[in-house]
Design a protein around this ligand. Structure first.
Ligand code: NAI
Length: 463
C-alpha cells in the first residue's frame, strides 16, 4: 500500500527539519527524506556547526599562544593536537545531528533515507518506492560554486567541506573569495599556523556589508596576519605534487602573477542544489540563477509543491531557512505567517565578530532616505577593556524624521549576540530613543549598543 502523508519534506537541513517538526507539532502527518546518513544538512554536518567548533578551538589556541601573557597567565610550551581538535569538532557535529534524530522521534516524523525524485504534484520517489503527499516541500539547500576550469578535489583544492578536515596545518593557504566562508575558514587556519592569502575580486572584502565595517574588518584581519590581494581574480589553479600554483590577474586586466600554496580554499559563493530532483520533468520552474521560483506563500508554479531555504531567493543563511520552514508549516496548517527579509541578521564569526541587520549607510544614501548615524567604539566600553578586547564599534542608523531604527552594523567582541537586541527593536518598529532609554546592565558589552543609540542623538556619555 502506498504510504501517504500530509507533508513530505525533501532535505533535513535547518529549513527542512524545522519545517517538518513544526508540521508535526501542528498535527500534520509528516515525513522528511534525507540522502545523507545523518540529519541536519550542510549547516550541522559540514557548515555552521563544525566551522564554529574549529573557530572556537582555534581562537582559544591563539589566545593561549599570543594573549595569555598580556593578562598575566604563564603557560609552558604551547602545542597543537590537531586530531584531538578535529575529534572535538566531530563530537559536536554528532551531538547536534543526533539531537535532530531525537526531535524527529519525539514528534513522530517518519525519517526516510535516500535521494528523492519528484514525479509530479503529490508524488515522490525514493529508491524504488513511491510516496504520496498532499504537500511536497523542497528544502534541498545549496552546494559550493567553483570557478571555470578549477576543479575542487577536496584534497589540495578544497571547498568549505574539505577545509574542515585537513589532516595537517598547511604552511601556506590561498583563499579564493573574501566573503563569509573565506574569512571564517581562513581565520581558523591562520590561527593554527598557516600563512593565509585571501584573493578577492572586488576592491574590499565582505560585499554587501556596511562600508565602514568592511574597512575596519580588513584593517583588523590584516593586522592579525592575513594577506589580502584585492581587485584580483584567479584565472587558473594547477595542482601538482608539491601543492597548487595559482595564476592571479588584476580584476581590471593586466599582467598575471603566480602564487604557489599548499592548499587552496574555494569560497566564491554557493549555488542552489536541485540535482536529481526531477524538477524539469515535474515542470517546476527555476529562475535565471537556478533557484526554485516561489510565490509569497513559498509555492512553486505547481500547486502543492513548495520550496524554502537556500534553494530559493534570499540570503543563504540557516536562520532564514528555519524561519521560512516554520512559516510554511503554519500556512500549510491553515494559519498565517510572515517573514520580514529586511530583518534577517548576518553574522561573521571571525574575531572580532561582525554583524549587521537592516539597511547599510550605502543603501540609505542610494535610496535617498535621510538618517542619523550613531557610533560607539568598544575602546570606550569598560567590559570590553576588562576583557582585553576593545577593537571595533557599534553603529546604529535611524530615520532622521521618525528616529525609527533602520539598521545596525557592528564589529567587535560578541557582536553576533549583541545584534539581536537591535533586531528585536526593529521588529517592534522601535526607535534609537527606545534603545537609549532602555536600562542596560553595567558592565556589559551591550552598553555599547545603548551608547551608539545615544550617539544617534549626539549625546553619548562615555565618548
Ligand atoms: P560569499 O558570497 O559570502 O563571498 C564570496 C566572495 O567571493 C565575494 O566576496 C565575491 O566577491 C568573491 N568572488 C567571487 N568570484 C571571485 C573570483 N573569481 N575571484 C575572487 N573572488 C571572487 O560566499 P561564501 O563565502 O562562499 O559563502 C557562501 C554562502 O554561505 C553565503 O551566502 C554566506 O552568507 C553563507 N555562509 C554564511 C555564514 C555565516 O552566516 N556566518 C558562514 C558561512 C557561509
Amino acid at each position: 500500500m502506498t504510504q501517504t502523508y500530509d507533508v513530505l519534506v525533501i532535505g533535513a537541513g535547518p529549513g527542512g527539519y524545522v519545517c517538518a517538526i513544526r508540521c508535526a507539532q501542528l498535527g500534520l502527518k509528516t515525513a522528511c527524506v534525507e540522502k545523507r546518513e545523518t540529519l541536519g544538512g550542510t549547516c550541522l554536518n559540514v557548515g555552521c556547526i563544525p566551522s564554529k567548533a574549529l573557530l572556537s578551538s582555534s581562537e582559544k589556541y591563539e589566545d593561549a599562544g599570543k594573549h595569555f601573557a598580556d593578562i598575566g597567565i604563564k603557560i609552558g610550551k604551547l602545542g597543537l593536537d590537531l586530531p584531538a581538535m578535529m575529534k572535538f569538532k566531530d563530537g559536536v557535529v554528532e551531538a547536534n545531528t543526533k539531537g535532530i534524530e531525537f526531535l524527529f522521534k519525539k514528534n513522530k516524523i517518519d525519517r526516510l533515507t535516500g535521494a528523492a525524485e519528484i514525479l509530479g504534484a503529490g508524488k515522490v520517489k525514493i529508491g524504488g518506492t513511491v510516496y504520496e503527499a498532499k504537500h511536497i516541500v523542497i528544502a534541498t539547500g545549496s552546494d559550493v560554486s567553483t570557478l571555470p576550469g578549477i576543479e575542487i578535489d577536496e584534497k589540495k583544492i578544497v571547498s568549505s567541506t574539505g577545509a574542515l578536515t585537513l589532516a595537517d596545518v598547511p604552511k601556506t593557504m590561498a583563499v579564493i573569495g573574501g566573503g563569509v566562508i573565506g574569512l571564517e575558514m581562513g581565520t581558523v587556519w591562520r590561527r593554527l599556523g598557516a600563512q593565509v592569502t585571501v584573493i578577492e575580486y572586488l576592491d574590499n572584502i565582505l560585499p554587501g556589508m556596511d562600508g565602514e565595517v568592511r574597512k575596519e574588518a580588513l584593517k583588523i584581519l590584516k593586522k592579525q596576519g592575513i594577506d589580502f590581494k584585492l581587485s584580483s581574480k584567479v584565472t587558473s589553479a594547477k595542482s601538482g605534487p608539491k601543492g597548487v600554483e595559482l595564476s592571479i590577474e588584476p580584476a581590471a586586466g593586466g599582467a598575471a602573477e603566480k602564487l604557489s600554496v599548499d592548499i587552496v580554499l574555494m569560497a566564491v559563493g554557493r549555488k542552489p542544489y536541485t540535482d536529481g530532483l526531477g524538477l524539469e520533468k515535474a515542470g517546476v520552474a527555476l529562475d535565471n540563477r537556478g533557484r526554485v521560483q516561489v510565490d509569497g506563500h513559498f509555492e512553486t508554479n505547481i500547486q502543492g509543491i513548495y520550496a524554502i531555504g537556500d534553494v530559493i531567493q534570499g540570503p543563504m543563511l540557516a536562520h532564514k531557512a528555519e524561519d521560512e520552514g516554520m512559516i510554511l508549516a503554519e500556512m500549510l496548517a491553515g494559519q498565517s505567517g510572515h517573514i520580514d527579509y529586511n530583518l534577517i541578521p548576518g553574522v561573521v564569526y571571525t574575531w572580532p565578530e561582525i554583524s549587521s541587520v537592516g539597511k547599510t549607510e550605502e543603501q540609505l544614501k542610494e535610496a535617498g532616505i535621510a538618517y542619523n548615524a550613531g557610533k560607539f567604539p568598544f575602546m570606550a566600553n569598560g567590559r570590553a577593556r576588562a576583557m582585553g578586547m576593545n577593537e571595533g564599534f557599534v553603529k546604529i542608523l535611524a530615520c532622521a524624521k521618525t528616529d525609527r531604527v533602520l539598521g545596525a552594523h557592528m564589529i567587535g567582541p560578541n557582536v553576533g549576540e549583541l545584534i539581536q537586541e537591535v533586531v528585536s527593536v526593529m521588529e517592534f518598529e522601535g526607535t534609537a530613543e527606545d534603545i537609549a532609554r532602555t536600562c542596560h546592565a553595567h558592565p556589559t558589552l551591550t552598553e555599547a549598543v545603548k551608547e551608539a543609540a545615544l550617539a544617534v542623538h549626539k549625546r553619548p556619555v562615555h565618548i
